[in-house]
Design a protein around this ligand. Structure first.
Ligand code: NAD
Ligand code: GLY
Length: 361
């Protein structure tokens, strides 16, 4: 029996869309079908998630002229142009036209690749996000960033392209491996740090409930995270300004992911260690206290997330990789730091010497 617990809206004029949060809702035909305009659907998933939830989603699609399963190999290392091309090959070979809808069923990798495929296929077709990892439910499925990786940098080839709807089924989190679940929690905590101090306090009090994957706690954390994300995206869809705060810890984190080889450190793990660095810098600038940093580290440790970068990464490697960050503007590195717990800012005045000192500590 499905239970719809929250409905939020990403307000973007004619590109506005709902986010549904509930239990067992991916098999609810009334939710998914209302966001599929045409008679053709391609269900894009991977070889881990498709066997778990593919049948339920397919059943919820109702009667269609054409339903094509596109099952990708699982892993960040497949978030590539080759995989994108495979999707196009399948869509064309099966006769999908411009009225088709792509349904992304999976984590952030499937969502990002499928969303980019939807942005490009026949100059743009509809797509719906059905995120099945915590990270995808609170972050990647909302906001329309789609991309694939390039060997020289993460998410370097992509588009802003909004879905028709996001369907978040909390029941899917029960099959998620613990390490993936913890990685998603890193992004949940991010919202508390950047824009919602009461939520940060709530997370500190309720982390044991979240780690036990209690239904009500999960729905609350997802709803509050998505509400923050929806507000930021509505204010700055294409990251001309404020949206950059969603990248707290990511400039360091992306450097870690690229240095280690995509898929070695999980995105959320790299973000966790990167956020510790961002908070240390914020504390050195006097914006937050050392006790705040230590409190954050304790929280991450309770989630079994890394709190320091990989041992084999040195300052040189960080600086080289960070120079390729998408936030670099006119040669200046821009970093997201905290101005207080629950408040973030983008700064461009951190010197190379300060960064070297940070990495040496
Ligand atoms: P992922 O998509 O690789 O999923 C993690 C693992 O969990 C995979 O093995 C997947 O098959 C498996 N899985 C997914 N759902 C499952 C379930 N319910 N039960 C069991 N196993 C399940 O990783 P992710 O953490 O979801 O996403 C990371 C990606 O998201 C990165 O590529 C990152 O760049 C991207 N991202 C994008 C945005 C954005 O705004 N577009 C934001 C954050 C991250
Ligand atoms: N995850 C960062 C963003 O969506 O902008």
């Amino acid at each position: 029996m499905s239970l719809l617990m929250h409905t939020l809206h990403v307000e973007l004029g004619e590109r506005s869309y709902p986010i549904y949060i509930g239990r067992d809702i991916l098999s609810d035909p009334s939710l998914l079908s209302r966001h599929i305009r045409g008679r053709q659907v391609a269900l894009v998933s991977n070889d881990t998630v498709a066997p778990l939830y593919g049948d339920a989603v397919r059943a919820a699609l109702g009667d269609r002229d054409l339903v094509t399963d596109i099952v990708l190999p699982d892993g960040e290392q497949y978030k590539t142009l080759d995989t994108l091309n495979h999707i196009f090959d399948r869509l064309l070979a099966c006769g999908h036209n411009r009225s088709t809808t792509l349904v992304a069923l999976g984590g952030g990798v499937v969502g990002d690749v499928c969303g980019f495929a939807a942005a490009c296929y026949q100059r743009g077709v509809d797509f719906v996000q059905v995120p099945t990892t915590l990270l995808a439910q609170v972050d990647s499925s909302v906001g329309g960033k789609t991309a694939v990786n390039h060997p020289l940098g993460k998410n370097m080839i992509g588009a802003f392209y909004q879905p028709q709807a996001v369907l978040i089924d909390t029941a899917t989190l029960h099959s998620l491996p613990a390490r993936e679940f913890a990685a998603g929690l890193a992004e949940v905590v991010k919202y508390g740090l950047i824009c919602d101090a009461p939520f940060y306090d709530w997370l500190q009090d309720n982390m044991p409930r979240l780690l036990a994957r209690e239904e009500a706690a999960l729905a609350e954390a997802i709803e509050r995270s998505c509400a923050s994300k929806a507000t930021v995206v509505a204010a700055d869809e294409r990251e001309g300004g404020i949206r950059a705060i969603l990248n707290l810890g990511h400039t360091f984190g992306h450097a870690i992911e690229t240095a280690q080889g995509y898929g070695t450190w999980l995105h959320g793990e790299a973000v966790a260690a990167g956020t510790v660095l961002a908070l240390r810098l914020s504390a050195r600038r006097g914006a937050i206290s050392e006790a705040d940093v230590e409190g954050f580290i304790t929280l991450l440790q309770s989630m079994k997330l890394p709190v320091v970068p990989p041992e084999d990464m040195d300052a040189e490697q960080f600086l080289t990789l960070m120079a390729r960050d998408k936030k670099v503007l006119d040669g200046r590195l821009r970093l997201v730091l905290l101005s207080a717990i629950g408040q973030a800012e983008v700064v461009d005045d951190v010197s190379e010497a300060q960064l070297r000192e940070l990495f040496a500590a």
